[in-house]
Design a protein around this ligand. Structure first.
Ligand code: ZN
Length: 359
C-alpha cells in the first residue's frame, strides 16, 4: 500500500498518521521584489543570476510562510514559475512562443497562446532541480504541481497534431518522464492541475482521464488531480455567475475518476455552489477539500473552515480528508494568503480535536 511518504523521515514529530494533514492547492503570492504582486503572468523584476537566486530565496520564504502557518504538506508555492501551465511548456521542444494565436481557453476567455509547430518533447527536466532544492529545505512531506495534459492542450494553438487527443497523449508521456524524476528527487505527492476537467466533459471521459493515468504510470509516490473553478480572476468569477445555483460539473468526471489509479482528488468546496453530496461519487478516494476561497480577500474564520470540513466528513472518511485551499493563491496579497493559511490550520485543528474526542 502506498503511504504519504515514499522515503522514511528522520523528523519523528511528523508522521503520516496525522489526521487531516493540511496543504495548499498550489501557487502562493510572490514577494514584491521578485514579481509584480497580485498579477497573473507577472513579469520578473530580476534577471540572470539574480533571478535564479531570487527565485530560490522566494521559495524559502514561501516554505517558511507555510511552516509558520502550520501547513503539513508543503510546496514550493510555485515561486520559480510565471504561470502553472506556460512555464512548463516553455521548456519543451515543438512549441513556438513567437508564433502566437488568440484562442478561447477553457471555452471562457480569449488569450494569446503559443503554437505547436512540430513533435513535442522534453529535452531535460523542467522542475527537478527546484524540487531537489525544496527537498533539501524540509523534512515535511512535499507536494509538487504539474499541469495536466488536457489543461496544457487547452492553453495552446495546435498546428501540428491537429488532434486534441493526440497532443494530450504526447504531453502525458512527457509529464510521466518529469513525474518520475520528481519522485526520484523525493517528492511525496505529485499533483496534476486539470481545471479543464470542469469544462470538456465528453473529452474528459473519452480520453482525458486515460491521459492522466498515462502521466502517473509507474509512479510509486502518491498522485493527485486538482480540479477547480479557477483563480479568482474576473473571467472566472464572471463565468461562475453563469453556472446557476448548483454547480454539478464534478458529477461528470467523478464516476470515472473513482475507478482511476489517481490517489487524491483536490476540489473547490468553500463558498462554492458545489453540492457537497457529490463527494459521495468518489467515496474511497482521498480528497483535498478546498476550505479556503481564493476569489476573495475576506479571511475565513477557523470556524468557517471547520464547518466546511464537517460537511465534507459526511462523504469523506476522516483518514482520507486533506484540508486544502480551493485553488492557487498567486493573485492574492501575501498578507491575505498568510492569514488564510493560518485559518486553514486553525480550522483543521478544531476538527482534529472533535474527532479525537469521539474516539
Ligand atoms: Zn485551481
Amino acid at each position: 500500500m502506498k503511504t504519504l511518504f515514499n522515503k522514511p523521515l528522520t523528523n519523528k514529530t511528523l508522521t503520516n498518521k496525522k489526521t487531516l494533514p493540511t496543504s495548499t492547492a498550489g501557487s502562493l503570492p510572490k514577494p514584491a521584489w521578485l514579481a509584480e504582486p497580485e498579477t497573473l503572468w507577472s513579469p520578473w523584476k530580476l534577471q540572470g543570476d539574480e533571478l535564479t537566486e531570487g527565485k530560490h530565496d522566494a521559495l524559502c520564504l514561501s516554505l517558511q510562510d507555510q511552516q509558520h502557518a502550520g501547513i503539513d504538506i508543503v510546496s514550493d508555492g510555485e515561486q520559480t514559475r510565471q504561470h502553472f501551465v506556460t512555464t512548463f511548456i516553455e521548456h519543451l521542444n515543438g512549441v513556438d512562443f513567437e508564433k502566437r494565436k488568440t484562442i478561447k481557453i477553457r471555452d471562457r476567455y480569449e488569450a494569446s497562446v503559443p503554437t505547436v509547430v512540430g513533435p513535442v518533447s522534453r529535452q531535460k527536466s523542467v522542475f527537478v532541480e527546484d524540487a531537489k532544492f525544496l527537498r533539501q529545505q524540509t523534512k515535511q512531506p512535499i507536494k509538487w504541481a504539474l499541469p495536466g495534459p488536457m489543461t496544457m492542450i487547452d492553453t495552446l494553438y495546435d498546428d501540428h497534431y491537429k488532434s486534441r487527443e493526440k497532443l494530450a497523449w504526447e504531453f502525458a508521456k512527457i509529464l510521466n518522464q518529469e513525474a518520475k524524476e520528481l519522485e526520484a528527487a523525493g517528492v511525496d505527492i505529485i499533483q496534476f492541475d486539470e481545471p479543464a476537467f470542469n469544462v470538456f466533459f465528453d473529452e474528459v471521459n473519452k480520453w482525458g482521464i486515460a491521459c492522466l493515468e498515462k502521466a502517473i504510470e509507474g509512479l510509486k509516490c502518491e498522485t493527485a488531480v486538482h480540479i477547480c473553478y479557477g483563480y479568482g480572476i474576473k473571467a472566472n468569477t464572471d463565468w461562475k455567475k453563469t453556472l446557476g445555483s448548483e454547480w454539478r460539473q464534478y458529477e461528470e468526471a467523478f464516476p470515472k475518476l473513482k475507478k482511476s489509479n489517481i490517489d487524491i482528488i483536490s476540489l473547490e468546496c468553500h463558498n462554492s455552489h458545489v453540492p457537497m453530496e457529490l463527494l459521495e461519487l468518489i467515496r474511497g478516494k482521498k480528497v483535498m477539500v478546498g476550505a479556503i476561497d481564493v476569489a476573495t480577500d475576506t479571511i475565513e474564520t477557523p470556524e468557517e473552515v471547520a464547518n466546511t470540513l464537517r460537511k465534507a466528513l459526511k462523504f469523506v472518511d476522516a483518514d482520507k480528508l486533506y484540508p486544502c485551499t480551493n485553488c492557487g493563491m498567486a493573485p492574492l496579497s501575501r498578507k491575505v494568503a498568510t492569514a488564510k493559511l493560518n485559518a486553514l490550520s486553525a480550522g483543521a485543528e478544531i476538527i482534529r480535536k472533535e474527532l479525537s474526542a469521539l474516539s
